[in-house]
Ligand binder design. Structure first.
Ligand code: OOG
Ligand code: NI
Length: 456
């Protein structure tokens, strides 16, 4: 039997994200502008804040700073979701989190396919925010059936990608040569196809039902709709974007600016109007807004208690007095969220990774001390764990910025995690569990490191 040397899923994911990035730069010229802006602002911030630079260097994220963090796609059917799940598994990406965007007026439910382990995230952090259209939310039954029939006819994966997927599943992975074929074959699925699968009249009817429905249903596949690099100062970027001719959405999604960032803040801009050719015609006959640019700034991951507080304060700001600007309401509401790392830690609001301080003296027996006592004595330090996931209210805001604010308010029919998981063919990973485990593991490692060595 031939012994194949399989490539690590991390390496395949790195190839995939690099290939997506170069495809997107070609497809969406304005995206290059955004990348330049991000590189400039990140360089400035690093120069101004040597301590941040040192922290990024210490956790090995400095080198990958300007690499894209995530992309987003929208799928039309449960079958597409099931296959996408298997495709991403080849690249070490698992579905993490369940996001129901219906309450925020977007007829999808979503997950994020992403690497899970600290080492995999460090090797390549790329993740894909993946939404599934919820056709039952289309009110008109005739239109709904028509949309379902159109989607049932399309084949979004190339035969090559499907063949290599089957091979990966039987072999337990792909070797370098196979991966070099797999990545471009899979990328085809996420490419922009300007030729619509429907005529202009059908497109117009679907567009009238919901812009998102038209975007998902009328094309040959789930075109990548944005790629998102990481920015170290999103407020600076928000100011800089219009200066460089990039039309930013008016508000940054997520928590307000803080001294110690929490969760995730995002902003975006409409990238371009695509020309489309409708079925049955040969000339360019329409325009469609599909793709955009986005940037994100990430902060510390919150515990269930911290997240509940975040959700409550956000809701307070959103439903507050309209005579006061949203930004003021947000700032005021979040005064109730401590902006001090140690307070967040002691109050159990955020997750930390504990480690033995480099400066700690390797002295007498301290194994009996509590973590708090170890911290106080400087033997142990606590570093915030970065939030790697998404926020449903923010995600809905990003959808809206691209689709137009005219989209409906709230869908009464709740999304169903169980239904989503049935389509996926597996359960989604609970993102908060991952942070709990990472924190607990770091404490266990300290216990091992400090335990007195047993004499041989
Ligand atoms: C996805 C929007 C959500 C994010 O970063 O929260 C998103 C989409 O528009 O398909 O990407
Ligand atoms: Ni995004």
């Amino acid at each position: 039997m031939q012994d194949r040397k399989l490539l690590s899923p991390d390496a395949i994911r790195a190839e995939f994200s690099a290939a997506l990035s170069s495809m997107y730069r070609k497809e969406v010229p304005k995206y290059g502008l955004l990348m330049d802006l991000v590189a400039d602002i990140n360089a400035e911030v690093l120069q101004d804040q040597p301590s941040l630079r040192a922290a990024l260097l210490a956790n090995e994220s400095l080198a990958r700073l300007d690499q894209e963090r995530h992309g987003a796609i929208r799928l039309g059917t449960e079958e597409e979701l099931a296959v996408v799940c298997r495709m991403f598994a080849v690249m070490g990406m698992e579905p993490v989190g369940y996001y129901d965007l219906g309450p925020a007026g977007v007829p999808v439910h979503s997950t994020a396919f992403r690497p899970i382990s600290t080492s995999a995230l460090a090797a390549n952090p790329f993740r894909m925010f993946t939404s599934l259209l919820r056709l039952p939310l289309v009110e008109d039954p005739t239109l709904r059936d028509e949309a379902a029939a159109i989607l049932a006819r399309r084949r979004i994966f190339t035969p090559k990608a499907l063949e290599l997927l089957a091979l990966a599943e039987t072999q337990g992975g792909l070797d370098a040569e196979q991966a070099a074929d797999f990545v471009p074959a899979l990328i085809e699925t996420f490419r922009w196809h300007g030729d619509a699968t429907v005529d202009s009249e059908t497109y117009a009817r679907l567009l009238a039902a919901h812009r998102l429905v038209a975007d998902v249903v009328c094309f040959r596949g789930p075109h990548l709709n944005h790629l998102t690099p990481r920015i170290l100062d999103i407020d600076a970027a928000q100011v800089e974007m219009p200066r460089r001719g990039v039309d930013a959405k008016s508000l940054i999604e997520g928590p307000p600016r803080r001294h110690h960032p929490i969760l995730l803040r995002q902003t975006s801009f409409k990238a371009l109007d695509e020309s489309i050719v409708f079925a049955g015609t040969s000339a360019v006959t329409g325009a469609h807004t599909a793709r955009f640019g986005e940037i994100e700034q990430r902060g510390v991951a919150l515990t269930r208690a911290g997240r509940a507080l975040y959700d409550r304060l956000l809701e307070q700001a959103r439903s507050g007095d309209e005579a006061v600007s949203y930004l003021d309401r947000l700032t005021r509401a979040f005064e109730a969220f401590p902006d001090d790392l140690d307070a967040m830690r002691r109050e159990g609001l955020a997750f930390f990774r504990y480690r033995i301080a480099e400066s700690a003296e390797k002295t007498q027996d301290v194994a009996h001390l509590s973590i708090e006592a170890l911290l106080e004595r400087g033997i142990v330090r606590a570093d915030p764990i970065v939030y790697e996931d998404f926020l449903p209210v923010s995600a809905a805001g990003i959808f809206r910025s691209n689709l137009g604010d005219t989209i409906g308010s709230s869908y009464a029919l709740q999304g169903s995690r169980v239904e989503f998981e049935r389509a996926l063919g597996r359960e989604v990973v609970d993102e908060i569990r991952l942070y709990e485990e990472a924190e607990a593991r770091s404490i266990a490692e300290i216990r091992v490191a400090l335990s007195p060595t047993v004499p041989a």
